[in-house]
Design a protein around this ligand. Structure first.
Ligand SMILES: C[S@@+](CC[C@H](N)C(=O)[O-])C[C@H]1O[C@@H](n2cnc3c(N)ncnc32)[C@H](O)[C@@H]1O
Length: 371
């Protein structure tokens, strides 16, 4: 149950504040259809669940071969498509036939495929593109770690270092092509989901926000145009932060952002009135999270706020994206997706108080902490 005292004075009028009357478990999720009553129906339901893994692989292949881009000007016969993307025609046909069954692509006449609205999202550079996200999902090194999830369940440790001999961040630093995919895919979520989550919090009057672990700056590129007076500092690993320049320039806000390469376990820029942690804490275990939050606590002005954008996992059986994505955290990182109470406990251990939770959705929410 939530703390009925939790209130936040800067939360905008349309934000939903935490109250004892609205526990997170009451938030809408995506309830699965009722479990079939017959044994055959239940077997089919389990098959359908398993087939999700195959759909993911098929989507990753379609994105890798840029099929949607090749169909952008109109339908093409499979042999021509295969010639243009360097695929084996019959195998490509099987991929497209399977995806057409999921409303991604459509066989408009035998052997000729076209885009559907869902297939449009596989194109690069179009509004609503998730191409980078799908390519990130299909990254073999990531999938190898997820395939070793049982190691994590047995040991409580992330499978990625076990499988690859190095942690996720060091791996990305050594593989710039994969780092680019990761940062691009984070950018998709930051612009579409995390920025919308932050809209529940009015930043009017905030002079400087520090985006801690801000990646390539996609979140700042979305927020800053809304607040013409707001200045920002983007802190991320030195190898990452340089990639933010182009994103911020394209958004016309580069002159308002200082880029800082650093390590958030050691220090963060002092004296700002807002510290943003978007999709950071879920990468780390409790001890590491408290260390990051303490670093911020030391640096922040007394009346500053810490804004945490994360999946906020509801208690009980409520379906939630975070409960599924938690498997990725388990396989890749020492971290995990957390409940609101678990975040509040992290804040308390770092000398902060949980001031509000807003914008809860089936994907993310915003927690605000203060001294
Ligand atoms: C999951 S991404 C989140 C990116 C961005 N905040 C967003 O919401 O899309 C985590 C970020 O933390 C950064 N990071 C990881 N370890 C770090 C460290 N020790 N110091 C600074 N940044 C770090 C990564 O480079 C990455 O950009």
């Amino acid at each position: 149950m939530q703390n009925p005292e939790v209130r936040e004075e800067h939360v905008s009028a349309n934000a939903r504040e935490v109250t004892a009357e609205r526990p997170p478990s009451a938030e809408p999720g995506n309830p699965p259809a009722a479990v079939p009553e017959s044994a055959d129906g239940r077997v089919q339901r389990m098959m359908d669940l398993l087939h999700g893994a195959l759909v993911m692989q098929l989507l990753a292949v379609a994105a890798e071969f840029d099929i949607a881009e090749l169909l952008a000007d109109g339908p093409l016969p499979v042999p021509e498509l295969a010639r243009r993307c360097g695929a084996h025609p019959q195998s490509l046909h099987r991929v497209l036939r399977a995806l057409a069954g999921q409303e991604v692509f459509q066989e408009v006449e035998p052997g000729v495929f076209a885009l559907t609205p869902l297939a449009q999202t596989l194109r690069a550079g179009v509004p609503g593109s998730v191409r980078a996200w799908i390519r990130f999902w299909g990254m073999p090194e990531k999938l190898q770690a997820i395939n070793s999830l049982s190691y994590s369940v047995r040991t409580g440790r992330p499978a990625f270092p076990h499988v690859h001999g190095t942690d996720w961040w060091s791996h990305l630093a050594a593989h710039p092509d994969q780092a680019e995919l990761f940062n691009d895919s984070m950018g998709i979520l930051a612009r579409r989901v995390h920025a919308a989550t932050l809209e529940s919090c009015d930043l009017t009057g905030v002079v400087r926000v520090v985006d801690i672990g801000g990646g390539h700056g996609h979140l700042l590129a979305t927020i800053l145009p809304r607040y013409p007076e707001l200045r920002a500092t983007l802190l991320d690993q030195p190898s990452v932060v340089t990639g933010a320049k182009a994103v911020l320039e394209a958004a016309g806000v580069a002159d308002r952002v200082d880029l800082v390469g650093g390590n958030f376990f050691e220090s963060v820029p002092p004296g700002a009135d807002a510290y943003l942690l978007s999709m950071i804490l879920h990468d780390w275990d409790d001890e590491q999270c408290v260390a990051v939050l303490r670093t911020i606590r030391r640096a922040m002005a007394p009346d500053a706020r810490v804004m945490v954008v994360e999946a906020i996992v509801p208690e009980g059986n409520t379906p939630h994206d975070g409960k599924l994505r938690d498997a990725i955290m388990m396989a890749l990182h020492p971290g995990r997706e957390r409940t609101e109470a678990e975040f509040a406990a992290l804040f308390a251990a770092a000398g902060l108080r949980h001031a509000a939770t807003t914008a809860l959705s089936s994907s993310t929410g915003l927690l605000i902490a203060r001294i």
